[in-house]
Design a protein around this ligand. Structure first.
Ligand SMILES: Cc1cc2nc3c(=O)[nH]c(=O)nc-3n(C[C@H](O)[C@H](O)[C@H](O)COP(=O)(O)OP(=O)(O)OC[C@H]3O[C@@H](n4cnc5c(N)ncnc54)[C@H](O)[C@@H]3O)c2cc1C
Length: 306
């Protein structure tokens, strides 16, 4: 049995591993994709205290190597099932079931989908959720980017450097992104902004060839001949496997305060997955440290009681 089972090898999970291991606890980290989490695909991180500038990939690798240095056991297995309410917690992956005294859920959040016709069908064949990962494939081509926040606007500017034309499709009449970004967006000649509009359908043969854009004010539809649709409409948690035992808020995030404690003793939520106002690397790292500290205290108390 492990002292600590950590679900997710993003910033929160790997930080929890570092703190847990340095406290002398036995730790297993379960990760369904690659270590590093969301940040792994970001070109530049410039707001992590103490590091002026680093690529997301390097940030993830450094964190991973730091956790490995302290002996972290990292298993690339996706968590499918949990039984967390008893004293011995069980976490099942596609391969096996792990038992632990404590569990730290650090599974982050995922990119939100559009839900329009053709999105699933062309996912990975012209529909992308990461402009910085896939933008280079669209050099000289015409693409759509959907969204109105900082990520969407940054992605549009990034794509405009390589693509012939970029259509920004935004459901409102003004952007949520910071003004400096919006000003840059409006100044670019190869960016066309479609306000009050949504993507209604994505179509093509082998890969994306067309998108139908619907104007929500006058209900008119416009067909665009494009090669790619980039989706940047925000994040959503995926906590469905926990909802039978762990309290979630109305948006599906795990209810846990600054001490990262959930409603179940010995179970903690760290990083983007929990209810919080700021989802960033620095808050994810802070949560990882706090959750591991609280888990260590819980184990000590259990030992005193036993
Ligand atoms: C494009 C982009 C740019 C960003 N830029 C910045 C920035 O410049 N500065 C900044 O501070 N923040 C930035 N952020 C936000 C930052 O990346 C997140 O706040 C941070 O990654 C949250 O860390 P986390 O560990 O909570 O979650 P995540 O990074 O999401 O990691 C969660 C991990 O859990 C894994 N996982 C999920 N479900 C399971 C499962 N069932 N089983 C096993 N593993 C699972 C996932 O694969 C993932 O690796 C950016 C985010 C994005 C998307």
């Amino acid at each position: 049995m492990f002292d600590m089972i950590i679900i997710g090898a993003g910033t929160a999970g790997l930080t929890a591993a570092i703190y847990g291991l340095r406290a002398g606890l036995s730790v297993v980290v379960l990760e369904e994709f690659i270590y590093g989490g969301q940040i792994a695909n970001t070109p530049d991180v410039e707001n992590y205290p103490g590091i002026e500038k680093i690529s997301g990939a390097d940030f993830g690798i450094t964190l991973y190597e730091q956790a490995k240095k302290y002996g972290a056991l990292i298993k690339f297995e996706g968590v499918k099932n949990i039984k967390l309410t008893g004293q011995v917690k069980e976490v099942s992956t596609n391969k096996t079931t792990y038992q632990g005294k404590t569990v730290i859920i650090a599974n982050g959040a995922k990119r939100r989908k559009l839900g329009c016709k053709g999105e699933e069908e062309f996912s990975g064949r012209g529909v992308s959720y990461c402009a910085t990962c896939d933008g280079a494939f669209y050099k000289g081509k015409e693409v759509v980017i959907v969204g109105g926040g900082n990520t969407a606007v940054e992605d549009a500017l990034f794509l405009a450097n390589n693509c012939q034309k970029v259509h920004v499709v935004h459901r409102r009449d003004s952007f949520r992104a910071s003004q400096v970004l919006v000003d840059s967006l409006k100044a670019r000649e190869n960016i066309i902004i479609h306000y009050d509009s949504v993507v209604e359908e994505i179509s093509g043969t082998k890969s994306v060839e067309r998108a139908i854009i619907k104007n929500l004010k006058d209900n008119t539809a416009t067909e665009l001949t494009i090669s790619g649709v980039f989706v940047a409409v925000g994040l959503e948690p995926d906590n469905s496997i926990y909802q039978s035992e762990i309290l979630l808020d109305k948006n599906g995030y795990i209810q846990a305060g600054e001490n990262c404690k959930t409603n179940v003793e010995g179970v903690y939520a760290a990083g983007d997955t929990r209810t919080k106002t700021l989802r960033q690397l620095v808050t994810a790292a802070a949560d990882g440290a706090v959750a591991a500290f609280e888990a260590g205290n819980y184990i000590n108390q259990m030992q005193i009681q036993a």
